[in-house]
Write a protein that binds this ligand. Sequence first.
Ligand SMILES: NC(=O)c1ccc[n+]([C@@H]2O[C@H](COP(=O)([O-])OP(=O)(O)OC[C@H]3O[C@@H](n4cnc5c(N)ncnc54)[C@H](O)[C@@H]3O)[C@@H](O)[C@H]2O)c1
Length: 441
Amino acid sequence: MKYEIMPAEGKLGILMPGLGAVATTMIAGVEAIKKGLSKPVGALTQMGNIRLGKRTENRYPLIKDFVPLTDLNDIVFGGWDVYKDNVYEAAMNAKVLEAEILNAVRPELEALVPMKAVFDREFVKNLDGTNIKHEETKYQLALALMGDIQHFKNSNQCSRLVMIWCASTEKYMPPCEIYESVESFETALQDNDPRIAPSMIYAYAAIKMGVPFVNGAPNLTCDIPALIELAKEYNVPIAGKDFKTGQTLMKTIVAPGLHARALGIRGWFSSNILGNRDGLVLDDPDNFKTKEVSKLSVLEEILQPDVNPDLYGDLYHKVRINYYPPHGDNKESWDNIDIFGWMGYQMQIKINFLCRDSILAAPIVLDLALFIDLAQRAGMSGTQEWLSFYFKSPQTAPGLKPEHDIFKQLIKLQNTLRHIMGEDLITHLGLDYYQELVEAL
Ligand SMILES: NC(=O)c1ccc[n+]([C@@H]2O[C@H](COP(=O)([O-])OP(=O)(O)OC[C@H]3O[C@@H](n4cnc5c(N)ncnc54)[C@H](O)[C@@H]3O)[C@@H](O)[C@H]2O)c1
């Protein structure tokens, strides 16, 4: 049965708290693509194909030709930042893209000026911008954000909006009672409770305005019972958390392969150096703690040491991130993996990934914006687990363990698309038509 999906008519506004390296690289890329100057490499929504039906049918359409997604020409951008730089200036400062390409889309980028941010240095010590809202309470800050959202929608004549958190990683916050229900959360907003992070105020404002919310950082943000409940109440899809790029992307590609062949792993030591503003923020131990929690859970969930104690029971897993300014956005990561095979014989794998963080993150932001908008038009609300493919620490339904294996995540994403479009799900069994092929010989 096919879902009733509203057509992607009119403009889609993509609103981003945080117009830093990731957001500006995404925006500049989309503007360059619209002018035919570049291609959307890495974006499944633009360049990915999907198989439909049996292999004998040879149906492999582009995903964008299969599901009704917003056309890139119908997207408008907006956002908030604690610094006043317009998107052209911010992209030049981020030094991810060359001046030549940024100059080719300069008027479009210069027109994007950040709105005043909801910011609290208690959550991000290493930033000190001045483009900040001041209100009596956190509840009033939320109302001010709702005003921004409405104003943006009217002035850009958008028919739909989505919000994607591309701002800095906030300090680690353990779950607590004020996050437990909408009621306790709203009381805490009125009381200016110090445990309510700015990212939660953005998520609250978005959901109350019926705007889907995606969390690209490892902060809890919308991954708390209060906001999950609110999203269900307002029929809004939400997803998070922490874009899966760089080292964790590699980890969730390699670990399922070793696990699939029943090879043992004794140790996995991961270190990173990066020199962008994200690296500066993560240099603070409180902010690193948030990232560390997000990165560490990946291996445990893929390898399941409790189910496979002989192979993974003694696994030692460590993650280090160091701020190293000379590398800028060009993060370098090293992984040392100690594995063992037949009769316990030891082997080693070394991975040295010279990646570009924002180049890997930008297409993820675009895909998430287009897919969460699709989810809303298809009437899906609450946590969108089928988007786990894009996250280091995927949000799931309460009590469910997240799926980290990138291949299972892809199958889930593709089957969700097939499901909402009324196509057969693919099990990769194939026995039915193998037999037909053999008999036809
Ligand atoms: N690049 C990647 O591969 C990657 C992967 C996973 C997660 N992330 C996360 O994505 C986020 C963005 O990364 P980035 O490299 O663009 O960082 P960045 O430091 O370049 O940009 C973040 C921007 O957010 C702004 N900001 C901070 N707090 C804000 C607030 N409360 N409201 C509005 N703006 C605020 C900062 O001023 C900054 O301009 C970070 O949280 C990072 O951890 C990035």
